[in-house]
Design a protein. Structure first.
Lengths: 117, 211
């Protein structure tokens, strides 16, 4: 765990960015792709997200780390950008359902990937 | 863990730009490494990750400590909990994210999110503080999240695996292995053991819950 500024834990700041909303529909490892470039009038956070996701997909949790914003705050930003068509999201497709095992094909792929490390 | 400094957070430098995902990446997978403070979670994540481990945080409300009504709590009770992660590109489409999750009870709110859709978990154990792992194992069993237990042997040898198994009251079928979380091959072996365990669980008779 890295050093963090206390000021970044100020909930009021997050409230300003998100308008006080919550959203948990985007998985931590959902992959975000920018569909347009930054435009005048966008918030600095939106501009940074679009730049980070311009050339390759970036996971929600990686955006959170690079923006130094809590995951739930990033989710709110992404939800708005998704609604406006500024980004698209590639949702996890191989994740097991609750209390279910991952399917065997997924496990095989993971095993091959790990062996190749 | 927190410190007061006016320096910009290290995470601001973009490792995503340095080592981006493949343009075809479309399917994120998760494995959670859980354990007590200082047991070596970040070390394990870092030893196999293709990027320098990143740290981020999630908002946590006081309600997150025990009841399932986070939305009912006023915003002013919000604090943050930090966690680390890394990633391994498996193939053109799939990328595996490894999360280091603090094992203490007060962080269970974060766990719910990490466990959601996870393939399974690694419980990393320091034999000098075995009791730190009890809660994590209890929650994993409660969530029916399959897991393996890895004893991080970075210092002295410590108690034998059978003694560790007894101290953890660990079911016989749960794999218990030794590792050195600093070493890529060793951490890799732990992850492979987890995937093999998950594969074996497919062969268990339907309706058998124990994992």
């Amino acid at each position: 765990m890295s050093a963090r500024r206390h000021e970044r834990e100020d909930p009021d700041r997050y409230f300003t960015i998100t308008g006080g909303r919550r959203d948990a529909s985007l998985d931590l490892v959902a992959l975000v792709v920018a569909e347009i470039g930054p435009l005048p009038g966008m918030s600095s956070e939106q501009v940074r997200i679009l730049r980070l996701c311009r050339d390759a997909p970036v996971a929600v949790v990686e955006l959170s780390a690079h923006l130094a914003l809590p995951v739930s705050v990033v989710r709110i930003l992404l939800r708005d950008m998704l609604a406006d068509g500024r980004i698209t999201v590639r949702h996890p497709v191989s994740a097991p359902e609750p209390e279910q095992l991952p399917d065997l094909e997924t496990l095989k792929q993971v095993l091959v990937g790990l062996h190749n490390l | 863990m927190d410190s007061t400094t006016s320096d910009p957070p290290v995470a601001e430098t973009s490792a995503a730009a340095e080592i981006p995902l493949r343009g075809t990446a479309a399917d994120g997978l998760k494995i959670v490494v859980v354990g007590g403070f200082g047991v070596g979670k970040t070390t394990m994540v870092g030893s196999v990750s293709e990027i320098r481990p990143l740290s981020t945080e999630e908002l946590m409300t006081r309600a997150g400590e025990g009841i399932d009504e986070a939305d009912a709590v006023p915003e002013k009770t919000t604090t943050t909990v930090a966690f680390d992660f890394g990633r391994i590109t498996l193939n053109d489409r799939q990328v595996l994210y490894l999360f280091g999750a603090p094992g203490q009870q007060r962080f269970w709110f974060l766990w719910d999110q990490l466990f959601s859709g996870s393939l399974g978990a690694v419980v990393l154990v320091d034999t000098r503080r075995i009791e730190d792992s009890w809660y994590a194992i209890d929650r994993l069993e409660h969530h029916r999240m399959p897991f393996v237990v890895a004893v991080n042997r970075f210092a002295d040898r410590g108690p034998s695996l059978p003694k560790v198994r007894a101290a953890l009251a660990l079911d016989e079928h749960v794999p218990l292995v030794e590792c050195d979380a600093r070493l890529r091959e060793s951490s890799k072996t732990v992850l492979i053991e987890l995937v093999r365990h998950l594969t074996r669980l497919h062969d268990r008779p339907a309706g058998e819950d124990a994992r």
